[in-house]
Design a protein around this ligand. Structure first.
Ligand SMILES: Cc1cc2nc3c(=O)[nH]c(=O)nc-3n(C[C@H](O)[C@H](O)[C@H](O)COP(=O)(O)O)c2cc1C
Length: 200
């Protein structure tokens, strides 16, 4: 399918049927997240995939009882790493794995550390979470390309999710993506007509 067709076809599903998404497809979506771009290639996201129905039922109580949570095959919980040392160590390891020159990698990492240290805690969190939303976008399109419906979800209580899933404080819980199959597809897409402000 053409990318624009995939975009036209996807919508935020409100209820899923009981069909399960298989592991290969879960891995395909995870791969789209792994390959997503980010500022300075920081890749601050990590994902918890919730497939267990009992855990979904607990999360439902912290998700304003939105039915996507209990009817979805799986919930992707997008975490954002707020620990700069860990982010930079992982980035360094990835670059060394690719055979980059160790001195150049060290220089690059030091430059990044200096750059990031100019931000306040709030600015840093916001900046890093922006990156995670890009990965969310990639995941939605990857799912749709497989014929899997999804719903991005910001409507949840972070504290409850942290307790149920045992998530450490140095990860922000940024957003969710419920995935699964739907019986009917909604075709209506309500959008503004105009996006281009000007071309100069
Ligand atoms: C970051 C984000 C958070 C969202 N949170 C919720 C949510 O908690 N519950 C919900 O039903 N839809 C949620 N949505 C879906 C939007 O309401 C939906 O994408 C928008 O109305 C456009 O409709 P469409 O995606 O069906 O084209 C969210 C979407 C995004 C991008």
């Amino acid at each position: 399918m053409d990318v624009l067709d995939i975009i036209r076809h996807r919508y935020a599903a409100k209820e899923f049927n009981s069909e399960k998404v298989d592991d290969n497809q879960i891995n395909y979506i995870l791969e789209s997240i792994r390959l997503a771009p980010s500022s300075y290639n920081l890749q601050p996201w990590s994902i918890i995939v919730v497939s267990d129905q009992k855990i979904k039922e607990q999360l439902y109580e912290y998700s304003y009882r939105q039915r996507q949570i209990i009817t979805a095959s799986d919930i992707f919980v997008f975490l954002t790493d707020l620990n700069i040392d860990r982010i930079l160590n992982e980035l360094k390891a990835a670059r060394l794995d690719y055979g980059d020159n160790p001195n150049r990698v060290d220089q690059y990492i030091s430059k990044l550390r200096a750059e990031l240290s100019t931000k306040s805690r709030e600015q840093l969190r916001s900046y890093l979470e922006h990156q995670t939303y890009i990965a969310l976008g990639f995941a939605m399109l990857a799912a749709e390309s497989l014929g899997i419906a999804s719903c991005p979800m910001g409507g949840f209580e972070e504290r409850g999710y942290r307790a149920v899933l045992g998530i450490e404080e140095d990860y922000a819980i940024t957003v969710l993506l419920a995935i699964g199959y739907v019986t009917d597809r909604r075709d209506k897409k309500i959008r503004k007509q105009r996006v281009l402000l000007r071309r100069v």
